[in-house]
Design a protein around this ligand. Structure first.
Ligand SMILES: Cc1ncc(COP(=O)(O)O)c(C=O)c1O
Length: 444
């Protein structure tokens, strides 16, 4: 525990910390402690953590099972180099293969989501001998060189100077923002997959190693694929011998009411990348789960990718405790139950506020898309360009009132801890309602 005062926290932070995605002089709210779905700043002000921080603190704060598992492990073996076998690494790998689809064989652990996707890129290119990787425009896969180039959202631009080769983008099945009015999900899926197939042919299928998607786009506004899309994507990949990589970093581990979100559509990827909810932020961990075929390929070939902290003992111990907690405490059932109320509350918000163009949700994974004109669906800020910092102001008003969330472009993402109760949800939504009332009057 740090013993410095509130004033020192603020002063040293501003002087010595460079925060990600912020300017060097940005003011960061100093946070002192947290419990359950709440955290408190140094003035004792309480916040509803309506984003589970970065959609990772899925089981909330103060989870005794995870804390005790880390405490126990740090006494026995805090760290051992990745070439060794260790209790937590072996146990967690087995647990993940047990919950993954039956075509999966092995786990390679990383420290988070970005390096998980780096490992996925490496494995896919090496296994197929092909170089191109296709991913979608409205996606985020990380901010290391490879995962950043794989990402589609504007955060990639900084890492594209120059752009790494072999990363190509295609359009998301973002039905709400489509000019075409589809009659049903299947029609929408066929349209987007048809475009993608043309692109695959233009790029030469035998040069494409993998198509990587966030199964459900997370940070960029919880874009849920229309029914049939993922099944069609799986078929396209099979047709051309392309690997399908599902990035489950944000959507995995119960967020949508299933352990992995692709289970909603019954598909089996070739590689799954994961992080966040596997340890719920208590210690950082990520990784990829690879299929039997890919694991077999590496049986007699060296996996030429590694990290000092791959499969860190404390992280894996936190992972074992978290994954056990999900099942022992029936977290998925809870998400599905409370998720119904979550959906109703979001629909009420959409009905009531003229600034809300769309709400999208599945389990406890939700987004509120803000518009200037509901009829025309004009986003409240243009894509990639929020000159007046409108969204930051709106997020600021929410935070001032104790509703902590995050979002990108014209979306407010709402991804509370999966342990949230119906009462807590209803209370927090009163704040959202209050702020959207101000947005209706003063921002559009
Ligand atoms: C879908 C997805 N993939 C990858 C990442 C990168 O993970 P990390 O920040 O742990 O490197 C994120 C982070 O938000 C994410 O949402």
């Amino acid at each position: 525990m740090s013993d410095i005062t509130r004033e020192e926290v603020i002063e040293y932070d501003k002087k010595y910390n460079q925060h990600p995605w912020l300017t060097g002089t940005a003011d960061a709210i100093p946070i002192e402690r947290a419990e359950g779905i709440y955290f408190w700043d140094y003035n004792g002000k309480k916040y509803y953590d309506m984003s589970s921080q970065l959609a990772n603190v899925n089981l909330g704060y103060g989870n005794r099972d995870i804390i005790r598992a880390i405490q126990k492990q740090v006494e026995i073996l805090p760290y051992i180099a990745p070439a060794h076998a260790s209790g937590p690494r072996s146990e967690l790998a087995k647990m993940l293969i047990d919950i993954a689809p039956d075509n999966m064989a092995k786990v390679f652990f990383t420290c988070g989501g970005s390096d998980a996707n780096e490992a996925a890129i490496y494995a896919a290119r090496t296994f197929t001998g092909r170089s191109k990787i296709l991913s979608r425009y409205r996606s985020y896969h990380g901010s290391t060189l490879g995962s950043g180039n794989l990402s589609g959202d504007p955060r990639r631009f900084a890492l594209e100077k120059p752009a790494a080769s072999g990363f190509l983008k295609f359009f998301d099945p973002y039905v709400y923002r489509s000019d075409i009015k589809f009659n049903n999900d299947e029609e929408a899926s066929a349209y987007y997959l048809g475009l993608l197939e043309q692109q695959i042919q233009y790029e030469s299928p035998d040069q494409i190693a993998a198509i990587e998607v966030e199964t459900i786009t997370g940070a960029n506004g919880v874009i849920i694929p229309p029914n049939g899309y993922l099944q069609g994507l799986r078929k396209l990949c099979d047709k051309y011998g392309i690997l399908l990589i599902c990035d489950e970093v944000m959507a995995g581990f119960g967020r949508t009411g299933k352990m992995f979100s692709f289970e909603h559509w019954g598909i089996k990827p070739d590689i799954i990348s994961f992080a966040k909810g596997v340890t719920c932020g208590y210690v950082q961990l990520g990784g990829i789960i690879i299929s039997k075929e890919i694991a077999k390929y590496f049986e007699d070939k060296v996996f030429l990718y590694g990290l000092t902290y791959s499969g860190h003992s404390l992280a894996c111990a936190a992972g074992v405790a978290s994954v056990n907690y999900y099942s022992e405490h029936k977290i998925l059932d809870h998400v599905n139950e409370v998720g119904k109320v979550f959906g109703e509350l979001l629909e009420e918000i959409k009905e009531k506020h003229k600034c809300v163009g769309d709400v999208r949700y599945i389990g406890l994974f939700g987004a509120v898309e803000l518009v200037k004109d509901k009829e025309k669906r004009t986003p409240i800020v243009p894509y990639g360009y929020d000159e007046k910092k409108t969204m930051a102001q709106i997020q600021g008003m929410l935070k001032e009132r104790g509703f902590s969330a995050f979002g990108r472009e014209n979306n407010i993402n709402v991804t509370p801890p999966l342990i949230i109760t119906e009462e807590e949800l209803r209370e927090a939504f009163k704040i959202l309602d209050e702020v959207l009332t101000i947005v209706d009057k003063e921002f559009i």
